[in-house]
Design a protein around this ligand. Structure first.
Ligand SMILES: N=c1c2ncn([C@@H]3O[C@H](COP(=O)(O)OP(=O)(O)OP(=O)(O)O)[C@@H](O)[C@H]3O)c2ncn1[C@@H]1O[C@H](COP(=O)(O)O)[C@@H](O)[C@H]1O
Length: 109
């Protein structure tokens, strides 16, 4: 499953030095981190709206499509900060066998 994320991350890395006229990812980098964050926020809202619609209609196609847009733009954000999907997958893997409630209780803040 994570092969897709790894392959996409490789493409995203290469697009950092691509022509913004020819690559959507390069055009985002050319506009800067604020534009990338704006897109992440937009896709997040669209995902929430699609999920609310699906709750009533039972049609989850838009949720899948909007979540893909959200993951994609999140990966562009990670890439612009020098992070990879592996950083996030390692973080999630480290949380196996730890209940979310236990983790919350262990926080110092
Ligand atoms: N997975 C994606 C992907 N998902 C979504 N998008 C693009 O994300 C954009 C944002 O969607 P919106 O509906 O917000 O589009 P918009 O209104 O045109 O966006 P704005 O003008 O508001 O910024 C669309 O242009 C989609 O085509 C993607 N663009 C690229 N990829 C992957 O990234 C690779 C590199 O892409 P390029 O950099 O374009 O070569 C591709 O081969 C794909 O694997």
């Amino acid at each position: 499953m994570s092969d897709v994320l790894e392959n996409l991350a490789r493409v995203l890395e290469a697009r950092k030095s691509a022509d913004p006229e020819k690559s959507y990812v390069a055009s985002l980098h050319a506009k800067g981190l604020n534009k990338i964050l704006e897109k992440v926020g937009e896709e997040c809202t669209e995902t929430l709206l699609a999920a609310k619609d699906a709750e009533h209609s039972g049609d989850t196609r838009a949720v899948i499509s909007e979540t893909a847009d959200l993951w994609f733009h999140s990966m562009v954000m990670l890439s612009s900060l020098g992070l990879t999907p592996k950083d996030i997958l390692d973080e999630l893997a480290g949380r196996f066998d730890l209940s979310g409630l236990e983790e919350k209780a262990s926080r110092s803040d």
